[in-house]
Design a protein around this ligand. Structure first.
Ligand code: UDP
Length: 482
């Protein structure tokens, strides 16, 4: 048998890179060699985590490829979507990513042992062609879970959106197991109605996906059994749910520094949490990409202050004005609230027993991490797949309360909108999630059950563990048949 070598190629965005690095560790723990290909700035973000994994005996390599930013008119160094100030620049970023085909293929041809399989983000459609030329399978990595991908598939491959005139009109997603209502803007913010370049990108992603061997999803079978099956059916492919991948992080450092170094010392954070009562704290974090105006930030703070609930609030970006406001705010709330600037050790916080709820922007990783921690959630989507993820948490799993966000707001647009969710709605939804009434208790019980199922899925012989084994065996068979 030839040696097994997975090449992972994540999209340069925290919500895609973080789970891929986890997947690298999961595969390497099964004795495969794993190479992660990314650009220098992104490699630097993950070097410490990879070095720790290598120190623990895992065979993981980080290989750099230069992203030709100058060629598409972007400044050097802007190698991650979280460094781009506006969504208007995404098209240029995609153009630069497309130019990686040749250099990546050259890198892969020089690898030893030779690659057995490419696992790449669906936003790298050309990796299907590279894999074909190398005679190896390509697996598509899906960011969101199966429910959301099925809904996106329906929105983009049927005429359901065509007959709807206004962006604010709601419609019911046809042909699925639950009644899911969305507006056209919320369902279509993933490409169908974007620029010509994006329409072409989505067409190429679709063709590439058809040519791929299978699909890898950060989810677990028990979370969405009907949707896993239906996704495999509509895509005509094997779908392997191998998550929640965040659970592969065991050491304090791996958990605390997952993604980036956080804006608070993990020991200080734990000390603060240790002093709070069980399930009394709500964690507020709107992800790595979503941006909000100063006014919206003040509204969140005022809502939390009025709620009387203890909280940890991750504030991603501040200005001079918001820093001044935060100083007064921190004095007023005193020990009831903890502000973390820039980046929070999210998984560490969510898994602490003092945390009882999560205000989330509904990025899929965050939702799954909330599920894994057994927490009910306040949902506050901004763009892309997040409105669908919200529906999954609220309508399908029934473990969430929506904060009432309706507008789609992409990066760079936040100042245009100012306040979209009012202080009172934030206070009310936080109180509903953290409340003690029957409805809140039922939500909490369901969330806790799901948390247990998530952990079981990743244990030896759990569903995700078995799916990982079956995926690896499948690739080995492909190799043996070559
Ligand atoms: N994350 C974190 N600290 C932060 C913000 C985000 O650890 O302050 C992590 C979070 O745990 C998740 C990822 O970054 O794994 C964000 O991915 P997600 O899909 O939730 O949303 P995105 O940021 O891509 O919109």
């Amino acid at each position: 048998m030839a040696s097994l070598h997975f090449v992972l190629f994540p999209l340069m965005e925290p919500g895609h890179m973080i789970p891929m690095v986890d997947i690298a560790r999961i595969l390497a723990a099964r004795r495969a060699t794993v190479t992660i290909i990314t650009t220098p700035v992104n490699a630097a973000r993950f070097r410490a985590a990879v070095d720790r994994a290598v120190g623990a005996g895992l065979e993981i390599r980080l290989l750099e490829v230069r992203l030709p930013l100058a060629e598409v008119g972007l400044p050097e160094g802007f190698e991650n979507f979280d460094l781009l100030p506006s969504a208007d620049l995404h098209v240029q970023m995609f153009a630069a990513m497309d130019m990686l085909e040749r250099p990546t293929e050259d890198l892969l041809r020089g690898l030893s042992p030779p690659p057995s399989c490419i696992v790449s983000d669906n936003l790298f459609p050309w990796t299907t062609d590279v894999a074909r030329r190398l005679g190896i399978p390509r697996l598509v990595f899906y960011g969101p879970g199966c429910f959301t991908y099925l809904c996106l598939h329906i929105a983009m491959n049927t005429d359901v959106l065509d007959g709807i005139e206004s962006d604010s009109e709601t419609f019911v997603v046809p042909g699925i197991f639950d009644e899911i209502k969305l507006t056209k803007a919320q369902a279509g913010s993933w490409g169908k109605r974007d620029s010509d370049e994006m329409v072409d990108m989505f067409r190429r992603m679709d063709v590439a996906e058809k040519g791929a061997y299978g699909i890898v999803v950060n989810s677990f079978d028990e979370l969405e059994p009907k949707y896993v099956e239906e996704l495999a059916k509509v895509k005509g492919k094997k779908v392997w749910c191998i998550g929640p991948v965040s659970l592969c992080n065991r050491s304090l450092l791996d958990i605390a520094e997952r993604g980036k170094k956080s804006g608070i010392d993990e020991h200080d954070c734990l000390k603060w949490l240790d002093k709070k009562e069980t399930a009394s704290v709500i964690f507020v974090c709107l992800g790595s990409m979503s941006s909000i105006s100063n006014e919206q930030m003040f509204e969140i703070g005022s809502g939390l202050e009025a709620s009387n609930v203890a909280f940890i609030w991750c504030v991603r970006r501040t200005t001079e004005e918001s820093e001044r406001w935060l100083l007064g705010f921190e004095e007023r709330v005193n020990d009831r609230g903890l502000i973390v600037r820039s980046w929070a050790p999210q998984v560490l916080i969510l898994s602490h027993k003092s945390v009882g709820g999560f205000v989330t922007h509904c990025g899929w990783n965050s939702n799954l991490e909330g599920v894994t921690a057994g927490l009910p959630m306040v949902t506050w989507p901004h763009f892309a797949d997040q409105f669908l993820n919200e529906r999954f948490i609220v309508d399908v799993l029934k473990i969430g309360v929506s904060v009432g966000m309706e507008e789609v707001v992409v990066v760079g647009d936040h100042d245009k909108f100012g306040v979209l969710v009012k202080k009172d709605d934030i206070k009310k939804s936080v109180e509903r999630i953290m409340g003690k009434d029957e409805e809140a208790e039922e939500r909490r019980t369901r969330a806790r059950e799901l948390g247990k199922m998530a952990k079981r899925a990743m244990e030896e012989m759990g569903s995700s563990h078995r799916n990982t084994t079956s995926m690896i065996q499948d690739i080995i068979e492909q190799l043996d048949n070559k």
